[in-house]
Write a protein that binds this ligand. Sequence first.
Ligand SMILES: [Zn+2]
Length: 213
Amino acid sequence: MLGGRVGRIAGAVITLVLPLLGGAIAEPSAEAAPPSPHAARIVYYDASGAAEFKQAVDEGAQAWNAAVHNVQLRPAGPGQAQVTVLADDGWPRTEPSGLGAGTVYMGREAVSEGFYPPRIAAHEFGHILGLPDNRNGRCDYLMSGHSSPTSCRSTTPHPSEAQQVEQNFAGGSAAYRVAAVKGDDGCFRAPESSEPSAARGGTARAAGARHAA
Ligand SMILES: [Zn+2]
């Protein structure tokens, strides 16, 4: 039967190959492997719903990839995405569902105010990677969001931001809490809004729908 013949052929191949492998393994290796570095966790993102921001999203991801080693952001294949990136007419925001997972909204409000889309993307990915907002007004921090000027086009994480992300993905993320890193619709929105704050509080979660209306 065919199965028997295949089996015999496979057997012959194994018999032939094994001694070769054995020889290769036995030889002392000239280039001893260095201690294997911690394997990066891959976080896949789907930017197919990011409309005109697709390239900005890729730029934001690449900025993180250049700055950290323990995690890398890559475009997702079908069914692979842990992060969904969408464009809408609201304010940029992120709804994390866990470390390295969630939904990013590339809101057009901030872009029309003049904020740089790749920096917005890098900021929102910062939330996905476990960073909270940090409105310190500095352009060399990604998480400063609205507090940095619209002229700021830096997409490079501050070393302290990169260091925090490295720690988050080093295996011990015990300190990580979704609530603490949620990037609400204030990421790039002026804190002193002309809207009464009481009216904003209850509708923040429905921001997308509100702005679309
Ligand atoms: Zn934010």
